[in-house]
Structures are given as C-alpha cells and as structure tokens.
Design a protein around this ligand. Sequence first.
Ligand SMILES: Cc1cc2nc3c(=O)[nH]c(=O)nc-3n(C[C@H](O)[C@H](O)[C@H](O)COP(=O)(O)O)c2cc1C
Length: 452
Amino acid sequence: MPDNPKLNERLALNFAGLRMRSPIGVAPIGMPAGKKAAVTPESHAEILFKHVEAGAGFVYVPGTEYISKEMLEEYRAQSRPRELVKKPSDSRWLKVGRPGHGAEAVYHIVFPATEPPERRLTSYEKWGKVIDILKKKLPRDVPIIGSLMPLAAFPETAVASAKKAIELGVDMIEVNISKGSSPGIAGAVEYYLERDYPLITVGSLVGDHPDLAVKVAAAVVKAVNVPVGVKISPETGFPRLVGLVRDLKAVGVKYIQAFNHSPTVAPPDIYNGGRPRWSFVDGNPFVGTSGEVLRTTLYKDIAAIAKFCPGIDIAAAGGLMAPEHAVEAMMLGARLPQFCTGVLLQGRSLLRNTAEFLVRFMDEQGYRSVDDFIGQGVQYIKPMDHLEMNTDRVIAEVNPARCKGSGVCTDSICVAMVRENGRARIKAEDCSGCGLCVVACPNQAISLRLLA
Ligand SMILES: Cc1cc2nc3c(=O)[nH]c(=O)nc-3n(C[C@H](O)[C@H](O)[C@H](O)COP(=O)(O)O)c2cc1C
C-alpha cells in the first residue's frame, strides 16, 4: 500500500479514541455494484484498498451481522410475523435535477431492503474473509469500522453482531439504525406506529424512536470494549436530535455518524401519466435519496450536535461532493467528513483531490493540523435574536454596466426595486439591505454596500 508520508503527517487525527491518518473516507456502502455472485471477498477488499490508496483514513465493512440458530428462534417467536411478499434482489438508481434550479438528487432502491434474518447465520463468513484480506494489508492508522444493524428493535441482535464483528477483527463499531430505504417496505407505517417490528432490519423506523435507539446503543456499548458510534437518520430532525445525541452520549456512545440517506419518493414522470421514472421498475416506492440535496440538512445536524452536545465526536456524510464541502463540514464540527454519492458520481479522484486540497488549504490558511480548524465555525452559530444585522446600514447597489434588464428583481416581491428605461434602479430610501435582489440577479449586477 503506497504511503504518502507528507499527507499522512498533516492530516492525521484522533477520532473516538483511535488514530487515523486522514479524516476523509468513504461512508458505508452495503455492497459493490454488480451481480452478487461476482462480488468476491478479494474484489470487495480491492475496492476498499483503492479508497485508502486514494486518501481514505478508514474503511467500513457494513455487513458483519450475526445471529445464532437459538437466537433466531427466540427472537422470531417474539417478533411480528411478516411474509416476504417480494424480495428485492437488486438496486436501481435514478438521478434527477435541473442545473441551476436547486440541488440534484440521486434516488436508489437499495438491496437488500428486506433481507431474511437466516442470512445472518452465515453471511458474516464472507465479511470475515474481506476483513482478513484487509488486515494483512492495511496500515495501522487506517482502522476498520464494522457497521451493523439490529434485527427489529432487539438490542441482543445488535450485540451478537458487534461481538462477531470484533471477533472478525474490526477496530470500531457503528450501529446503523437509520437505513433510509426501510420506510419503503410493506407494513412500514404500522410497524412504526405500533412499535412492533418483524425480524428484519428496519433502519430509521427504529432509529426514529429515540428510546429504542438508545436501548440498542447502550446494550452494544456495554457488551464490547471498542469505541461505539451510532449512525442517525436525517429524519430525526432538529432539535429532536439534540435530545437523542445527549442520551446516546450518556450511555457511552463515542461518536455520531450524521447521517444515512434520506427516505423520499422520486418525482413521477409528468409526461407519462405519473408513472415511475425508473426504467424496468413497476412502482415508485419510498426510497433512499443521497447526494447534493442532503447537504443543507447535514450542516444543520452537524452544527446542532457540535453546538448543543459538546464532547461527542462527529462523522459526517450527506451531500458532500467537493473538497470544500469537507472543510465546511469540519468547520461546523465534523471530525470525519465522508463521501459516498460524491465518489459514486465522480470516482475516487474526489478523495485524491480532497486530500491534496486539505494540505494546500492548511498551508495557505496557516493551520498546522486539522484540529486547528475543526469546529472553528461553531462559535458563530448564534441565536438569530442575538445577531447584529446592521439594519439600516446596508443597501443594495446596481452596477449599471452589468444590469441587462432581466427584470427578475423587479418582478417578485421587492418594493425598493423599480424598472426604469429597461434597467433596475434601487430606491435607496426603501431598501432594507436584505440581499434578495443580489441573490436573484442572473447577471451578478447587484451588490450590498455598508453605509458609512
Ligand atoms: C448505494 C448505497 C449504499 C449504502 N449502503 C449503506 C450501508 O450499507 N450502511 C450504511 O450505514 N449506509 C449506507 N449508505 C448510506 C451512505 O453511507 C451515506 O450515509 C448516505 O448515502 C449519505 O451520504 P451521500 O449523500 O454522500 O451519499 C448507502 C448509500 C448508498 C448510496
């Protein structure tokens, strides 16, 4: 594994008690794309190694879940019956967005939305082989994070999986109670409202009940001696997530991963009678969405945790698509900015570019280590009613050379902007300096000026 000592030395940090050569990496991805039979432990490990070669400071193995025959019988007897009507055995992708008209979203039906629990009797074996290969080649400062999901809301099923993952060699556990495609399964609404689940993974349907989430996490923390993190859902929302994170911290959770993909519905095909836009799929279920659209929610969640739950580490995924996004997330308090959809749509050059960008950025800005700027923006997260807005001291100014008379600024809700001789003019006495016209102008012809 080729090392780049210069990068590693500058970017190294501690996360949840472990040393990592770099804060960046790829968020968990259940399975590589392609037919399952074609995914061997060797080819899977190779994909993860390539992430590390490109700059990742950690790798995820999502799938080390385990259950014994006895437990399977015991918990099946205690859980709600469920027939597997149709078992999805694949994933399907869709990308929708109009450049310049808001963020672009990626929608995915993710396999396995409803994997039968029997798979856990043996599925860990394949992951064990992946971990064996990783262990032989990975540098010490690139830990393996085992990501796992409970069955239904039974903490014991998460505990058994965590113990197995540690036996297989992972360095850290992440409890995933946030899978965004779970709301898309048959019966989801009743399961959630009745808090009564079948013996499958139900992701955010459990994680969105803070008491259940904390119970699962507390059991895992108690049962293992490696750092434990919890991956939350964007659905948890603010300020509910503050309560959840505080409770998770109180039971010994060392970090929060914010967050998983978000449940949504892909837009229907409006020129085809509202049918799904997926080719070869006969319905439009609730699915997970990821990428660009998640970033605004992510920043809110990171900032909320950093501001209101100090003392717990944060890993962040959700719409980070550029090197600058990694830094923004870090300044808001994230210690591990993670790419997922960014790497899927741009390739690993996103990792390589980000590692190099970080070092350049740190040199230019005079930061010696990443700890110098992690959380730097949190001090500015203030209540709105404590802000000095400089009301009446700022007004908009039109640059006549740039104004092309588009009329956008005079054609919505502003009382200060008028159209004269085909161009925009500001009535200074009526301008509050709000900046709407600056944001709306398609020609960057308007700016704000602070009055003397
Ligand atoms: C194809 C795909 C598979 C995923 N598999 C997992 C998984 O197995 N475990 C998990 O915790 N998150 C999984 N996720 C969620 C991502 O790790 C990440 O949290 C989410 O996609 C938000 O980041 P992004 O907007 O950069 O994609 C998956 C996401 C995608 C797109």
